[in-house]
Write a protein that binds this ligand. Structure first.
Ligand SMILES: [Mn+2]
Length: 331
């Protein structure tokens, strides 16, 4: 089985868990996000291991494990989400750093349910800040009658009770979404038309970085790769022009992990498509995932992240939780 960055750790403690979520139920058009995690892991073998900030080669003394992929085949969407949450919970105990690879953005509600179990979140998602890189608001109440569509991922995270949502790269959204951005005080949106403006972009971008630096408490980073300009990720589910540059996404990752009062407890890179004519899309996703890993390693090295519980090996048991299917009365 290919492993992330081609690294083959021993069977001991897990410092960083790479969690492939082959989940695709609702992606609008474009297909293949279910194969995205595997393509990203394969492409990661070509990523340089040296990181300048870290001044070291990955794994930089850490044990990076590529966990066997989630394989849910439940009959209903809500049961699928529950299955994914059950798969994720053992990696959200605070003693390792979980990085999920998706799969469509519809994985986010399951990640939020797992994040409740993190010791810093204390079963109260209002303690958690979610940083969302995305072309889309993902704030719809439903899309084609489906409230757990990828187009509703951020709305469902808010409904689950997260304390704040910081969005960047946003450039495709409905009137309803725009209203929620305005009304819901937990949402701060940095629009691509501002941050990418040829005249005033730098000013808005600096405000974004200041916003990231001021985060307090636990944070989750969700990177929908369509937040990048579509030219870099043509095989994602819904590529959109006018997006962030690679360096802006990189700077967002670094700034968040280095925020003095924040602890990034988990991250995901999602909507990874499989490009056939070139490895660009999956390689770009692999580069971003590597940036997340090296930024975590740097934060850890500098005492900004500490393991919170007794260490354990990779054979972990899920904890019971109140699932989507129960709380919504089944399907
Ligand atoms: Mn999205």
């Amino acid at each position: 089985m290919p492993t992330f960055l081609g690294l083959r750790p021993d069977d001991g403690d897990v410092d960083i868990a790479i969690l492939p979520l082959h989940y695709e139920l609702t992606t609008s058009y474009g297909q293949g996000t279910a194969q995205g995690p595997q393509a990203c892991i394969e492409a990661s073998a070509q990523v340089e291991l040296y990181d300048v900030q870290l001044n070291d080669d990955l794994p930089a003394g850490l044990s990076i494990h590529t966990i066997p992929a989630w394989e849910g085949d439940e009959p209903t969407l809500l049961q699928q989400l529950d299955s994914m949450t059950g798969y994720l919970i053992p990696w959200f105990k605070g003693d390792c750093f979980p990085l999920c690879l998706g799969g469509e953005h519809g994985i986010l509600p399951s990640i939020m349910e797992a994040a409740r179990h993190h010791p810093l979140v204390e079963n109260d998602l209002s303690n958690l800040t979610v940083v969302q890189i995305d072309a889309h608001g993902d704030l719809r109440e439903e899309l084609d009658g489906e409230p757990y569509s990828h187009a509703c991922a951020a709305a469902r995270a808010l409904d689950a009770g997260i304390g704040s949502l910081l969005q960047v790269g946003i450039r495709a959204f409905s009137k309803e979404e725009h209203e929620r951005m305005t009304i819901d005080e937990r949402i701060t949106t940095f629009f691509a038309k501002d941050t990418q403006s040829p005249c005033h972009g730098a000013q808005h971008w600096n405000q974004w970085l200041e916003t990231l630096s001021s985060i307090k408490g636990p944070a989750h980073l969700t990177i929908d790769i369509d937040g990048l300009d579509g030219a870099l990720v043509p095989a994602t589910g819904t590529p959109v022009p006018g997006g962030l540059t690679y360096w802006q996404v990189n700077e967002t990752i670094r700034t968040l992990f280095n925020a003095p009062n924040a602890v990034v407890v988990s991250a995901d890179v999602n909507e990874i498509g499989v490009q056939k004519d070139s490895p660009l899309t999956q390689f770009t996703a692999a580069m971003l995932a590597t940036n997340v890993v090296s930024s975590h390693a740097f934060a850890r090295k500098n005492g900004m992240w500490k393991a919170l519980e007794t260490r354990s090996g990779p054979n972990r048991q899920a904890t019971d939780f109140r699932g989507f299917s129960q709380s919504n009365g089944g399907e």
